[in-house]
Design a binder for this molecule. Structure first.
Ligand code: ATR
Length: 310
């Protein structure tokens, strides 16, 4: 079999992830494994793009007829104002992590670039999606086997990931959401946003602060745990892991944070954020390719890339 680099030709198409920094991204490993499995003449690359250069980098990828892009930290909110079209998912969750480049060929319809003969293209545009929010829920459901409808949940963290998780959990019909964040005003802000959204959607009880009784799930959406020296992401004087049967950490590197180790010790079912990374990538690939993503192959590639051979 020829080396992969030799199989790149003038007709090979590209997708990529833009981030800053980007060098630890596992997305190329995950996507190239899937591209191989699907037998596509595509490659997935990673680029360090400074936020000041994001607009020109997106335009450049579009001009070079990339099929699509993923965007990671710190680009997801910025990109809302840089793409030509926003899918409902991006509008709803207020962030873009996936761009599909679309083209007009003979007809007026905008179609994914993969369906267009490059020689026939008359116009190009960028279409922004959000695949992160669905991925959070799919991962919690599948990895923890938990029913979210009617659940009582403590969510730790009110940054970008915490906000998306709070809004998406509320839309899944959870009964009660406790929000805790180091900077309380940011949790208050999410609570306000949730209350205004629930006037038109699912009802969820929101409280900023720790729960008093038992809950169904605790989710860590803070960055505490990324470093081995980090403390727990909650105040042990105000909350005990004994009061929950399940714990989810959005962090996937390391595989087991102090939070997950303590939760497991307390008898809780645990899962880390690898599933979020996997499912947002799987959905992005489906948007670009129109094919069902080979999730198992992608998961194996991620595990190998992040944790080494197991
Ligand atoms: P992301 O996009 O991953 O959510 P972020 O928006 O920077 O990243 O959010 C980081 C989250 O981790 C925030 O909830 C942050 O708390 P603040 O809003 O108070 O900044 C939380 N966090 C980061 N470092 C923390 C620390 N040392 N102690 C407690 N919380 C921390």
């Amino acid at each position: 079999m020829p080396a992969r680099s030799q199989s790149i030709s003038a007709t090979t198409r590209f997708a990529a992830v833009f981030g800053h920094p980007i060098k630890h991204s596992a997305s190329p490993a995950m996507h190239n494994a899937a591209i191989d499995r699907l037998g596509l003449d595509w490659r997935y690359l990673a680029f360090d793009v400074h936020p000041d250069q994001l607009a020109v980098a997106i335009k450049g990828a579009q001009s070079m007829k990339f099929l699509g892009l993923n965007l990671t930290v710190p680009h997801k909110v910025l990109a809302l104002h840089l793409v030509d079209e926003l899918d409902l998912s991006a509008k709803t969750w207020g962030a873009v992590n996936t761009i599909l480049f679309e083209a007009q060929c003979a007809s007026e319809d905008w179609r994914p670039l993969r369906l267009c003969d490059p020689d026939q293209i008359t116009a190009l545009r960028s279409h922004g999606f959000n695949t992160d929010a669905d991925a959070i829920i799919r991962s919690i459901r599948e990895d923890l086997e938990i029913e979210l409808r009617g659940a009582t949940i403590l969510l730790l963290g009110a940054g970008g990931a915490g906000r998306t998780a709070a809004l998406k959990l509320a839309s899944e019909g959870v009964k009660k959401l406790y929000l805790v964040n180091r900077t309380r005003s940011k949790a208050d802000e999410i609570a306000r946003e949730l209350k205004s959204r629930s006037e038109h959607g699912p009802q969820v009880a929101i409280e900023v602060g720790y729960p008093e009784g038992n809950i169904d799930l605790v989710v860590n959406a803070t960055s505490l745990g990324l470093s081995p020296a980090d403390p727990l992401p909650f105040d042990p004087a105000q909350f005990s892991l004994n009061s929950t049967p399940a714990a989810y950490d959005m962090i996937y590197r390391p595989a087991e944070t102090l939070f997950l180790a303590e939760a497991a010790r307390a008898g809780a079912k645990t899962a880390n954020g690898l599933g979020m990374l996997l499912y947002q990538g799987a959905k992005a690939l489906e948007i670009w390719s129109g094919e069902k993503a080979p999730v198992e192959v992608m998961c194996e590639a991620l595990r190998e890339n992040i944790y080494g051979k197991v």
